[in-house]
Write a protein of this length. Structure first.
Length: 250
């Protein structure tokens, strides 16, 4: 029986004999278990690369499982992601690839990603870009999202884009006076926007995006969805373009 092998032989047999060989620790004596554990410890200390190989294998399997789960989440929530009827749609509205971004105006990585996304949209010219207002970093984030959504409802996509771009480049505290000054810069009626920003429709829009993020297991910003793939976190231009090219080759 396997338990009667010398400790070194047990380790080698277990590691290399394959799934057909089972090691029954329950049938071992206390002395055999102690010898076995000592041999395993000795083997791992002499061959630490085995541990790293196992860790890499586990990480790869976890990443693959997460990717498969994300593909299913995107597919199951495609309508809410790509055509919810209220989120801003920029880039090329008729583009062959849709890129969705969940963002927050107080998020440093969102601000960093902003330039990369703009560069990608300009360089490609065939990307449909959807912005999901996902304010998760405090009251200033909520204030900014409510204000730009109100501007969109009152003055259209051009007004929204102007304020969105300005806020992505802005690094100070976001207050109502700040937002009013930005609105005045673009000739917008700041008083009307303020009156509108607490409308129930805006509350419902933000709540719908938060509910969608929860379904997609999104907890941070920026988070992107490109075509059918979830991209969690900041990505530089070159990496985003490489993924875009892969999607077009499918």
């Amino acid at each position: 029986m396997l338990k009667r092998l010398a400790p070194a032989a047990i380790v080698m047999a277990t590691a290399f004999a394959g799934p057909s060989v089972a090691l029954d620790l329950e049938t071992m004596s206390a002395e055999e278990r102690a010898l076995f554990r000592a041999e395993v410890r000795s083997y791992l200390l002499e061959n630490p690369e085995v541990i790293m190989e196992a860790v890499r294998s586990l990480e790869q399997r976890q990443a693959e499982a997460q990717e498969e789960a994300d593909l299913a989440l995107v597919s199951d929530n495609a309508d809410a992601l790509f055509d919810d009827g209220f989120s801003f749609v920029g880039g090329n509205p008729d583009g062959d690839i849709t890129l969705v971004e969940f963002m927050d105006y107080r998020c440093g990585y969102c601000k960093r990603a902003y330039g990369e996304v703009e560069k990608l949209l300009e360089a490609d010219g065939n990307i449909r870009f959807v912005v999901k207002e996902f304010p998760i970093l405090g009251e200033q984030s909520v204030l900014a999202s409510r204000y730009v959504i109100a501007a969109k409802q009152l003055a259209g996509d051009e007004a929204y884009k102007a304020l969105h771009d300005a806020l992505m480049a802005f690094n100070g505290d976001i207050t109502l006076p700040t937002l009013h000054r930005l609105a005045a810069t673009y000739g917008l009626d700041s008083a009307a926007i303020e009156d509108r920003m607490n409308d129930d429709a805006i509350t419902e829009e933000i709540a719908a995006t938060r509910a969608l993020a929860q379904k997609l297991q999104i907890t941070g910003t920026p988070t992107f969805v490109m075509h059918d793939e979830m991209l969690r976190g900041y990505l530089p231009f070159d990496q985003m373009r490489a993924i875009l090219e892969e999607k077009r080759d499918l």
